[in-house]
Design a protein around this ligand. Structure first.
Ligand SMILES: Nc1ncnc2c1ncn2[C@@H]1O[C@H](COP(=O)(O)OP(=O)(O)OP(=O)(O)O)[C@@H](O)[C@H]1O
Ligand SMILES: [Mg+2]
Length: 235
């Protein structure tokens, strides 16, 4: 299977000199296309930082990051945003939907940015909203929707453009148990159906156990990387 993410020796430091805080310490990993991976670890371990580096939302001081075979540290800001729009989907703990746009418009947005025809974007967005039981809510704006509904819309927005990789940072962090499980199932099922690589940062053991591989991060280092196949866990 192709490697879609290849990180080698990533070092990320916030601040300078003796006041500098090393948040990622020689992190190397590779992720196969189509795999479903969770990243776990205590608060402050560097999970979001690592996810943001993989998603080309944040830079780092040394090491290399190849996404879909491309060394992304060499790309200009403009090329990076095009690259993200075309190949990556993001879901955050708080949905980050645009409050002044409707559910439908929010989901259409990644397609409109890449200049897909309005009618085509609308059709795709509506199909996803229907699948997520949101057909009745398409014209509502985020402030009029529940947390669970907003997160389902955020998932629809992340996958509408058929990205190669979806990066989710505690996507269920603001939800109750039932909504949380439901959202994780939707996301992971879609990933499996479409062969999308999904990387999900979570504090929730139950959600981590739904993935095929769990990477544990402590103090900016990978301390464990467990791949579960159908015969049980192995290192
Ligand atoms: N912009 C920043 N400037 C300085 N330090 C930062 C910045 N962003 C994060 N940090 C620090 O980097 C460390 C790692 O942060 P990160 O957000 O990656 O942790 P995390 O594992 O995602 O934690 P959580 O589970 O609480 O979300 C923390 O100590 C944090 O305080
Ligand atoms: Mg975090």
């Amino acid at each position: 299977m192709d490697t879609v993410i290849q990180a080698s020796g990533i070092e990320k430091i916030y601040g300078f000199g003796t006041g500098g805080l090393r948040v990622l310490n020689d992190v190397s990993l590779s992720i196969d296309g189509g795999s479903i991976v969770s990243i776990v670890g205590p608060s402050g371990a560097g999970k979001s930082t690592l996810l943001n580096c993989m998603g080309c939302l944040d830079g780092f001081q040394s090491g290399t990051m190849r996404i879909l075979g491309r060394d992304v540290s060499g790309l200009s800001i403009e090329d990076l945003s095009g690259f993200r729009n075309r190949h990556l989907g993001f879901i955050f703990q708080l949905h980050n939907l645009l409050p002044e746009f409707t559910a439908l418009e929010n989901v259409m947005m990644p397609l409109l940015i890449r200049r897909v025809r309005q009618a085509d974007a609308r059709k795709k967005a509506l199909a996803l909203l229907e699948r997520f039981n949101l057909s009745e809510r398409t014209d509502h704006r985020p402030p009029e929707l529940s947390g669970g509904e907003c997160q389902r819309i955020a998932v629809a927005r992340a996958i509408v453009g058929e990205p190669d990789i979806v990066l989710a940072d505690e996507p269920t962090g603001s939800l109750d148990r039932e909504n949380s499980r439901n959202l994780a199932r939707i996301l992971l099922d879609l990933g499996r159906e479409n062969g999308t690589t999904i990387i999900i940062v979570t504090h929730d053991r139950e959600i981590a156990s739904m993935t095929e591989r769990t990477i544990s991060l402590v103090d900016g280092r990978i301390i464990d990387d467990i791949i579960v196949d159908s015969h049980g866990p192995e290192h």
